[in-house]
Design a protein. Structure first.
Length: 239
């Protein structure tokens, strides 16, 4: 696993980072993205540099995505000044929506390496969860919801997942019964969110209406309560 830096020194004004942010190939910042918590232009350079390490030299940050990236950085770096202006709540997770290939998965993956230790999340494709359910049955639902805890400082704390590509999976027949696995997991995690503050992040190509069609009105309502909605406007960047 790649490791970039701890939050405390990630945006320190070292000569090496300053030099990288002034590189001719660094992303150019346009618009008003001001934060006392982090210098946005340097954050973009770090993200692009890290993205190239993870995904290859073709990875790049697109200007049209700056607004989405800024919101994600405000959330994951706990920018308390900008969060209320952007209607972002730290007690909620992130629901990142957008068209196929716009960069949702890669950005949520990169955010794991720049955020503070207490906000780290595990990326988990929804299709993989349904495959696990097909093999092991209903204990998988508990694994990702009621039993989703890990030890920290001598106690059990909620484990944060990013369920990637919600909607790409399909309902599974288990001993003849149709089970909407992700709907059950999300509803159970909502209960843990209310009682224990369990955070859930999601990436999806689905609109809110499509989420309701696939998972039902209860899931749509619960997601609205437990997630900050951030949406891409850009199209497929895959080549």
């Amino acid at each position: 696993m790649y490791s970039i830096a701890k939050e405390d020194d990630l945006f320190s004004n070292t000569s090496s980072r300053t030099q990288r942010s002034e590189d001719p190939g660094s992303p150019v910042v346009t618009g008003n993205f001001s934060s006392e918590k982090f210098p946005f232009s340097e954050a973009l350079s770090i993200l692009e540099h890290s993205g190239k390490r993870l995904y290859g030299d073709h990875f790049q940050i697109h200007e049209e995505d700056h607004q989405v990236i800024f919101k994600l950085l405000v959330y994951f770096l706990r920018d308390t000044e900008n969060a209320p202006k952007l209607n972002i709540s730290f007690r909620k997770g992130i629901l990142l929506s957008g068209s196929i290939g716009c960069g949702k998965t890669s950005l949520m993956n990169l955010m794991r390496y720049i955020s503070a230790a207490y906000t780290h999340h595990v990326m988990k494709p929804c299709r993989q969860i349904t495959f696990e359910f097909h093999k092991e049955g209903f204990p998988i639902i508990d694994k990702y919801s009621d039993h989703s805890y890990e030890p920290k400082d001598g106690q059990l704390v909620p484990k944060t997942y990013c369920f990637d590509d919600l909607g790409a999976e399909s309902s599974i027949k288990y001993f003849g019964n149709d089970t909407n696995v992700m709907a059950e997991i999300l509803l159970s995690r909502y209960d843990q969110f209310v009682s224990q503050g369990m955070l859930t992040h999601i990436t999806t190509n689905l609109t809110s209406n499509q989420i309701e069609e696939v998972y039902g009105p209860r899931v749509r309502s619960r997601l609205r309560e437990q997630c900050n909605l951030i949406s891409f406007n850009s199209q497929d960047k895959r080549t």
